[in-house]
Unconditional design. Structure first.
Length: 167
């Protein structure tokens, strides 16, 4: 199980483009997700359902490493301050209804339920058509029979096949 957790945590860190300093959070999140995923050993039941007898809710799951905007309460801001702070989603916390977030500005971990997620980056809306590959045709000319005259004229360049390009 340790290898499975570490491989999934490594993949999670790579996909989220987070550094190795977040390996603990990645392993915790991986364990959280494994406990809520069906297992063939348990006849396609989740470990949490086997343990508690209740089917786990999956509606709160988010993409690891996505942007998250945490609400800043009125008491912690003044009139023209922003009502949210941009953070990075790094995981879940057992026993806590909320998300574990990293604030890169303050360099602190934040736990909050008042979060808006931006899980998908903006995609270019226009479709780009790939260019057709350039076609190159070769035309080989038959060489004339070997003669003594050709051997004597060293000043001439050797004959190369003609190259013709079509677009």
């Amino acid at each position: 199980m340790n290898k499975t957790l570490m491989e999934r945590a490594r993949s999670m860190l790579s996909g989220a483009r987070l550094g190795q300093e977040f390996w603990v959070e990645a392993v915790e999140t991986t364990c959280y997700l494994v406990n809520r995923s069906p297992s063939s050993v348990l006849e396609d039941k989740t470990p949490q359902k086997v343990w508690t007898g209740k089917k786990p809710s999956l509606s709160h799951l988010r993409v690891s490493g996505c942007d998250a905007y945490v609400h800043v309460p009125k008491e912690k801001r003044i009139k023209l301050d922003s009502k949210s702070e941009k953070c990075i989603f790094i995981g879940y916390k057992d026993g806590l209804k909320g998300y574990k977030l990293w604030n890169p500005v303050t360099r602190k971990v934040v736990y909050s339920r008042d979060v808006v997620f931006k899980e998908v980056k903006d995609v270019i809306k226009h479709e780009v058509k790939p260019k057709e590959p350039e076609k190159i045709e070769f035309e080989l000319k038959e060489e004339e029979s070997y003669s003594i005259e050709q051997e004597e004229s060293e000043d001439e360049e050797p004959k190369n096949p003609a190259v013709r390009r079509s677009f």
